[in-house]
Design a protein around this ligand. Structure first.
Ligand SMILES: [Zn+2]
Length: 230
């Protein structure tokens, strides 16, 4: 395995405060996989949060069906001029660390380039409806790349069945290629994940994933394209 784990995952994980933990659990609960549902948490609280989780699922579902999208992503204007990212082949072979110009476009330019769903998710931090796309079931050898700028984001070898209807991974392909920021939208403390090069919103990361990292990168499939490896 090319990834340096589990230290890699631990570095990325922001341990939440108790309040944040409750907040993230509310978001997670509809998606907890029985297989990984063995973390040392109070049963009572977990049961209590099932209702909240169902509400969160409804909220997530509603994002793409509102006339106005949710705005939670950091503004693109905050992007530096250049970033260092790691290049990968479609087979997931790590190449070199390269310094590249960030990709900054206007709303209209993004709208022309992307499908309506991809546009709302990546540029306005919307959440797609679960079980709506094909690549959550994609387990062939390959790399998931940013739909906006083609940066490699996740290797299919880190993909796992989360039972959420969203493609889920236990690690990004390279720490350099993504950015994690605090997202306090909708009264919940979550960690948003975006593309380092173009600021595309991708999804969120939670701490209820499987070994070896214990992390669950819950991604929107329309934020990525799957590049099949040879
Ligand atoms: Zn990108």
């Amino acid at each position: 395995m090319l990834l340096n784990l589990p230290d890699f995952g631990r570095r990325l994980l922001r341990l939440p405060s108790r309040a944040e933990e409750v907040g993230s659990l509310e978001v997670n609960m509809f998606s907890l996989n029985r297989k990984y549902d063995q973390l040392p948490r109070a049963t009572g609280r977990r049961s209590f949060l099932i209702g909240a989780g169902a509400a969160a699922a409804g909220l997530a579902y509603a994002y793409l069906h509102r006339s106005e999208p949710a705005h939670a992503a950091a503004p693109t204007a905050d992007l530096p001029n250049k970033v260092s990212i790691v290049e990968f082949s479609d087979s997931g072979q790590r190449k070199t660390l390269v310094c590249v110009a960030t990709v900054i476009k206007t709303e209209d330019e993004w709208r022309k380039q992307l499908s309506p769903d991809s546009f709302e998710v990546t540029r306005h931090a919307a959440t797609e409806r679960p079980y709506t796309n094909e690549n959550p079931n994609e387990h062939a050898n390959g790399v998931f790349r940013c739909i906006c700028c083609d940066t490699a984001l996740f290797d299919s070898r880190t993909k796992f069945e989360s039972g959420t209807g969203w493609p889920s991974f236990w690690a990004p392909i390279a720490e350099e290629n993504i950015l994690e920021t605090t997202d306090n939208s909708f009264g919940m403390a979550r960690t948003a994940v975006s593309c380092r090069r173009c600021d595309a919103h991708l999804g969120h990361v939670f701490d209820d994933g499987p070994p070896p990292t214990g992390l669950r990168y819950c991604m929107n499939s329309v934020a990525m394209r799957f590049a099949r490896g040879s």
